[in-house]
Write a protein that binds this ligand. Sequence first.
Ligand code: ADX
Length: 218
Amino acid sequence: MKVLPINRVMQDDEGIAQIRRATNIGRTEHRVSTQDRTSRNRHFGGVLWMTGLSGSGKSTLAVEAETQLFERGYQVFVLDGDNLRQGLNADLGFSAQDRTENIRRAGEVAAIMSEAGMLVIAAFISPYKFDRERARLAARAHFHEIHIRADLATCESRDPKGLYKKARAGQIREFTGIDAPYEAPEAADLVVDTVSKGIEVCVSDIVNFVERRLRTPA
Ligand code: ADX
């Protein structure tokens, strides 16, 4: 596979054009429109893209927000890095190139699900801006980047899976924040600071954001 240059802002779906191998492919048009799906669901399809360090709280907040939004009638589903790596992305590790491919696939899946009318909460470290930008381009409308913000020292002290300890001991290589980079968003659509705020407040910030941005007018 051609290695994509990281840190370069792309035009439209240039990134896909670069890796496309198939020729002679067309597009099958749907007869159920996006608008049909939106009016049935009473919300827009979309992607809430959560990015942040391991231990910042992405998965916890994603699952809690999913529960509350489901109760409010949203067609909502969490796509989680750890989960996708069990199946679809089981062939990928944590090199820069593998993470790029991980996020490319996740971004494409999220885009398809949002086109199907769903609200997707994507929880991935997604350390590279380039990859997140490409996920945004895949989803087009209603892609919202949420920075789940917690500094490295806090994430390391939480260490819910004991991975920072292993990374410091040299048992895990290329661990984000230790010996692999994390490029924080500069202009996230929502910043959720999990150091200064408790889980309940963070979740309600996310739920309120969704109600403002994705609920269709009554
Ligand atoms: S990403 O960088 O490609 O976006 P992703 O979100 O899918 O990562 O997966 C991160 C999860 O993999 C972490 O929550 C952690 O449980 C696990 N993990 C295992 N090894 C690493 C590593 N080297 N760096 C970061 N996370 C790792």
